[in-house]
Design a protein around this ligand. Structure first.
Ligand code: NAP
Length: 285
């Protein structure tokens, strides 16, 4: 049993907390808006009234916040009270430059940190089925293995160089952004040409070009159920991180630019807090 503090109990942090509790870990939680943390008390979490109180006595502190600014500001609040020997798993998606800032923050304060972004969305977080991408010192692996196994089905140790896991996370999310926009484009095209777009999903079903994700997001586009697993504004944030990384890497941003453009149009039309499948509204459908 590990004492874990989860800072940030939004869509992902709440699910990860429940997965930790199910596997018998002791979990303290804190969230800026307390109403998102309070229900976790029914699952057995200790709901703290400050981030510093949540980390007291923790062996592992997980940050699952929107982006780098809240990560650093919340960590600044807890750094003074950092429990001796505790490991910080930074799981929010903060990109390449964000992870450099995480590394500098931790180095200055002597905090052991792992770059530990996750793959998977709301349901995998709730069901302990995330994939952890992790980079950082191998010496910390043993300390985090139990809780990571509780929250995920697999941990991919990317390298010992902090930041490599966040780089890989951006490559994966670039693919996800392209996929969901590709599905939206075909749904809108089929509909715009006067077809029932369900026929697009039926045509590819079971073929090499099909995927569970295509059927999931295409199904949401057709049903109009945009209950967020990952919202449009979150994908816009990630797409900015991806474009910054592409510029640094010297690779073409053409597709990412178009994706950002369509996501921004969906957000401007009032879909920022809807699931990313709502980007279909920005394709004229
Ligand atoms: P979310 O539901 O929007 O939660 C965001 C969290 O960040 C909330 O706890 C929010 O607190 C907190 N926050 C935002 N600004 C803050 C600030 N200035 N100070 C303190 N706390 C602040 O988002 P999510 O989907 O759980 O995503 C969390 C992270 O995981 C993001 O980095 C996201 O990119 C990443 N991620 C998401 C998914 C996914 O599918 N959803 C998958 C993998 C990774 P309040 O409740 O007070 O607003």
């Amino acid at each position: 049993m590990t004492s874990v503090a989860v800072l940030g109990t939004g869509i992902m942090g709440a699910g990860m907390t429940r997965s930790l509790l199910r596997e018998g870990h002791d979990v303290a939680v804190w969230n800026r808006s307390p109403e998102k943390a309070e229900p976790l008390a029914d699952d057995g979490a200790t709901v703290a009234d400050s981030a510093a109180a949540a980390v007291a006595g923790a062996d592992l502190v997980v940050t699952m916040l929107f982006d780098i600014e809240p990560v650093l500001s919340v960590m600044a609040d807890v750094a003074e009270a950092w429990p001796s020997g505790a490991v910080w798993a930074q799981s929010s998606t903060v990109g390449v430059e964000g992870t450099r800032r995480v590394e500098a923050f931790a180095r200055e304060r002597g905090i052991d940190v792992l770059d530990a972004p996750v793959l998977g969305t709301k349901a995998p977080a709730e069901n302990g089925k995330l994939v952890f991408l992790v980079s950082g010192p191998a010496a910390l692996r043993e300390k985090v293995a139990g809780p990571f196994d509780a929250m995920g089905t697999r941990t991919q140790w990317v390298s010992e160089t902090l930041g490599d896991a966040s780089k890989l996370k951006l490559a994966v999310n670039a693919w996800i952004g392209a996929m969901v926009n590709g599905v939206a484009q075909s749904v809108a095209l089929a509909r715009g040409l006067g077809l029932d777009p369900q026929q697009f999903l039926d045509a590819v079903e079971g073929q090499a070009v099909d995927s569970p994700y295509l059927q999931l997001k295409g199904g949401a586009m057709l049903s109009g159920d945009f209950t967020p697993s990952f919202d449009v504004d979150g994908v816009i944030k990630d797409t900015e991180l991806i474009r910054d990384a592409m510029t640094e890497a010297g690779t073409a941003t053409t597709l990412a630019d178009a994706i950002a453009d369509r996501l921004s149009a969906a957000s401007a039309a009032g879909h920022g807090e809807d699931d990313m499948a709502a980007v279909v509204h920005a394709y004229g459908s």
